[in-house]
Design a protein around this ligand. Structure first.
Ligand SMILES: Cc1cc2nc3c(=O)[nH]c(=O)nc-3n(C[C@H](O)[C@H](O)[C@H](O)COP(=O)(O)OP(=O)(O)OC[C@H]3O[C@@H](n4cnc5c(N)ncnc54)[C@H](O)[C@@H]3O)c2cc1C
Length: 120
């Protein structure tokens, strides 16, 4: 495949980060985006990922980003016709220490602002 000699945006690396940047730029209307991958799309660290899309993160922004990602993975097949194979199974977090339990409570309350400790 020939590489365009000019482009508004050139992204180096076709892992999840590069593909996501390309997807979102074109989604907002940037038409000449070039993604350069030295081998094969997603052949890097992305290929090794287990595919877990954790929903509870350390900050509210990261938690919202994770929620956006899960929603996007749900809708991508309908939008693009490409099956992602995404299956949302859920997960269970186990705390071995009171400190870790506290961290889990914090994550849960960030994900669901109305959640109370007694209902976690
Ligand atoms: C074993 C393992 C399991 C994981 N499991 C999970 C999980 O379950 N959930 C999760 O969210 N995360 C997981 N991760 C983390 C996740 O895989 C990475 O955070 C993510 O894939 C990083 O994506 P990336 O696009 O930044 O990098 P990469 O996927 O490594 O993409 C970089 C790309 O750039 C290309 N490249 C590099 N240099 C050049 C160049 N000069 N020119 C052109 N192309 C170039 C490479 O070939 C590669 O394709 C896991 C990681 C590992 C190792």
């Amino acid at each position: 495949m020939s590489v365009p000699s000019r482009a508004s945006v050139v992204i180096v690396g076709g892992g999840i980060a590069g593909c996501s940047v390309a997807y979102h730029l074109t989604k907002i209307g940037v038409t000449d985006v070039v993604l350069l991958e030295r081998r094969q799309l997603t052949c890097g660290t992305t290929w090794h990922a287990a595919g877990l899309v954790g929903q509870l993160r350390a900050t509210r922004n990261l938690t919202e980003l994770a929620k956006y990602t899960a929603d996007l993975f749900h809708s991508l097949e309908a939008e693009t016709g490409q099956a992602t194979g995404f299956k949302q199974n859920g997960s269970i977090s186990v705390a071995k220490t009171p400190q870790r339990l506290e961290e889990l409570y914090r994550g849960a309350s960030m994900a669901r602002p109305s959640v109370s400790r007694s209902s976690c």
